[in-house]
Design a protein around this ligand. Sequence first.
Ligand code: GUN
Length: 283
Amino acid sequence: MSTIIIDGKKISQDIKDELKKEVEELNKKEIYPGLAVVLVGNNPASKVYVSNKKKACEYIGIRSFSYELPEETSEEELLNLIDVLNKDEKVNGILVQLPLPKHINEKKILLAINPKKDVDCFHPYNVGLITIGDLDGFLPCTPAGIIELIKRTNIDIEGKKCVVVGRSNIVGKPVSLLLLSNNGTVEICHSRTKNLSGICKEADILVAAIGKPKFITADMIKEGAVLIDVGINRLENGKLCGDIDFENCKEKAKAITPVPGGVGPMTIAMLMKNCVKAALMQN
Ligand code: GUN
């Protein structure tokens, strides 16, 4: 049987088209979803991400309000901006692009965002809701994108052994919680895990979010596994590659996400979904 290559580009486009229609309906009721996008400093990758987020807003019909602040911006200035955005009724969602410059306390900034406008789902209040299994509010973007990829490929999570490699707050931890909420049996591995290879080999669904190029090799996976690759690594030849050795794993897998074009495009689609949800919750 041939391996399913999970097309994140296509699935994210489907989601954006669904949202575009939803926003058209909201506009008829005079609801105009709005997202504030805040970028501090000159991180080149962040600039690309922010620009892509604004483009997606434009496509769907979400109003975007852009704030590009210099590297020297003080923590107080940023907190003041967040306070203004929290109170602005045209702004339904606030996104502060990470990482922030070192002199700014990231935790303090994320805590200052009104949880009702926290479309990244980074505020501890919203993370707490996910932890207690309440998925009615915002969902963390990359993890929710992963679940969406799995579901739209008609793969059941219930009862499956799910192994997540990586324990970051942005991906590893929250995707583990979402898999658990979907009745997966979840194991989280990380740099200190003993017998990582053996644990990965038991996975029906393997999520790799470690940031090490081609870390997951064919000998570490089970025949027929579903492989989700969150890694975006740049090789010396300038090409992008994931955390999974795609070429060697794909024959053995039931389904696999490519890099690029797998999980990557889903993050923005799910951010857009949260923005529309924010507008609905606030109206
Ligand atoms: N930096 C890397 N990923 C993300 C993300 O999903 N949201 C924000 N705000 N910053 C990021």
